[in-house]
Design a protein around this ligand. Sequence first.
Ligand code: COA
Ligand code: MG
Length: 316
Amino acid sequence: MSTTASSSILRRALLYVPSSSPKFLEKSRSLTVDTISYDLEDSVSPAQKPNARTRLLSFLSSSPRPPHITELSVRINAVSSGLALEDLTTILRAKHLDAIVVPKVNKASDLHFITDIIRHTLPEPKENPLKILALIESAEAITNLNEICRASPYLDGLIFAAEDFALDLSLTRTPSLTEFLYARSAIATSARAHHLSSTIDLVCTSFRGEEGQRVLREECLQGKGLGFNGKQCIHPSQVEIAQRTFAPGEKEVEWAVRVVVGDEKADVKGRGAWTLDGKMIDVPVVGKAKATVEKARLCGMDVDAIREKWKDQEPE
Ligand code: COA
Ligand code: MG
């Protein structure tokens, strides 16, 4: 039987930091975020790429490791750019590196290329092998999702890039984002079918002021509703909102704990289906509740205190 869609890796926010900027690199040390992706691709102009590469190597090799960034990743240039080999052979020498973000993955062979370089450069992976996150940003990639998801043992997540996708399909981004519905659903579903840990949703391009925060919150909720478990961010001010929205909400966790406690009691009484607040609870609902409790723990919520509060929850 398959497990529920939860993962032990949190990537609620993935913040891009342009590697060409010493100021942004230095700023990133002080940030608290699930994943940072130091960028060598589109935020770095062609003339700056060689400098950015060596600056980033030195940054990621210096001690101490930034203390509040769970995952350090680097977005290299696309395989088709001709720059990926040099990006990778440089960056794989870094002391602190957990993942590679590969842009413009269109077909399985793009990931075969990256995987071969990793295999020939790094010693056999020990406990925490390097991970690959693949950016899906074209119609071709959407039609090849199954083969992409199977292409590398290092692949751990998919990311949807709306701007390049809009360019490829000659469509215009609208506030409702309905033009991306098919692509986003396809990505979330394929990643789940292949048991990848994460699906990370499109960038919210507005980031200033209250309006920017409102749009971001709405986009996060919509992405969560489609099955994504994180959001790409471009500015530090977006991180907290993304991480809060992609964590289970307090009411959601309370409900999940009540379901789990109630189900343990229902189980003793030999009842597979029971009622909570007038709604039927059965096996898939309990599975969802358990996944929510697990994720809440991972997000640092005090699940035991909530459980203590609801320890007498009985099945109706
Ligand atoms: N990474 C690290 N630090 C960042 C940052 C980022 N992506 N964006 C902003 N900051 C820092 C600034 O250095 C500043 O630090 P300070 O308060 O210590 O001086 C602080 O956050 C506030 O920045 P602000 O002045 O509001 O933004 P800005 O005008 O300097 O930069 C952008 C705005 C959009 C140019 C910048 O956020 C950026 O380049 N983002 C990444 C874009 C990117 O990577 N695109 C490609 C992927 S889609
Ligand atoms: Mg792109």
